[in-house]
Design a protein around this ligand. Sequence first.
Ligand SMILES: Cc1cc2nc3c(=O)[nH]c(=O)nc-3n(C[C@H](O)[C@H](O)[C@H](O)COP(=O)(O)OP(=O)(O)OC[C@H]3O[C@@H](n4cnc5c(N)ncnc54)[C@H](O)[C@@H]3O)c2cc1C
Length: 293
Amino acid sequence: MPGELSPYNPRVRLLATEQAAVTTAQPGAAGTATLLSQTSLSPSISRFRFRVDKPASWKPGQYVVFDFSDELGMGYSHMRDDDPQSLNDDLVRTFTVSSSPPSADSEPAATEFEITVRKVGRVTEYLFKRDGKKKGLEVPVSGFGGEFVMDASEAEKEKKVYIAGGVGITPFLAMVGSKLEKNVRLFWTVREADLGLVADALEKIEGLGAALRLFVTGARAEGELGGNVDKKSVFGRIVEEGGQVWERRIGREDLVAEKAEGTKWMLCAGKPLRSKVLEWLAGETVTFEDFDY
Ligand SMILES: Cc1cc2nc3c(=O)[nH]c(=O)nc-3n(C[C@H](O)[C@H](O)[C@H](O)COP(=O)(O)OP(=O)(O)OC[C@H]3O[C@@H](n4cnc5c(N)ncnc54)[C@H](O)[C@@H]3O)c2cc1C
């Protein structure tokens, strides 16, 4: 029987030649970000807006790398029995930029950007502490990067199908901006408790309702709140605008029905959904983002 892994097991540290340039950049190489605001979207998801003191440059779908070691680092220790996972943690964290960059090169470079974050661990819990003192929080930015972008040759494809699991919607939020093109279909799976994230996206993105195929799991009793929003009104709005909602998991048939010549598939989801979708769409070219920690 396999034994339990030691809590002191460090994360795998890649050689400099094995990792993307941005993660090896010096903390603060892309400036210092100051937290301006936090908007709660669901009990465990918030949007954070930052201002950077250097011009920020990213493509829709790319991520920002923060270094929280100044803020949360505890210095060197050999063992730490009360919190063994904090050992060997470099406190460098990656989040997709969920806001769009300026639309034309002629516009001034961005000095503000947003991330949309689920609270899961040490750094995100720290970000979520809303005691008023976290406004003004300053974090060094190592850089922006990532390959999950729509390249120019594919932007013109006749049909685009985006598949997002929960907070995996973030790169698509940046790609879509404030208006969804007519040739896009978005398959999105969310927990009912996160419906506030869906309601917010419907408010901000014109045409989203019509393009949306929403799969809601963890459903509660009729009329109950999904986070801070009424699920009936969210579902009603989507259906009214021409979209579809199911209270079940997404399945193979949902996606296979979308197969068509010249479709651009993009996927951003955690490991379990990602591997299922890639299996269902075997034979198709699916561009996917790896959200694993
Ligand atoms: C390219 C990319 C883009 C991303 N974009 C986003 C985004 O837009 N929004 C978003 O919310 N997240 C995003 N993530 C995920 C985010 O970076 C992680 O969730 C991050 O680790 C959170 O930091 P944390 O300190 O709060 O949690 P961590 O302390 O890093 O823990 C994260 C999770 O891993 C578990 N965990 C940690 N260490 C171990 C271990 N040793 N063994 C087993 N489990 C462990 C924790 O219990 C927790 O569930 C992205 C990740 C990548 C790689």
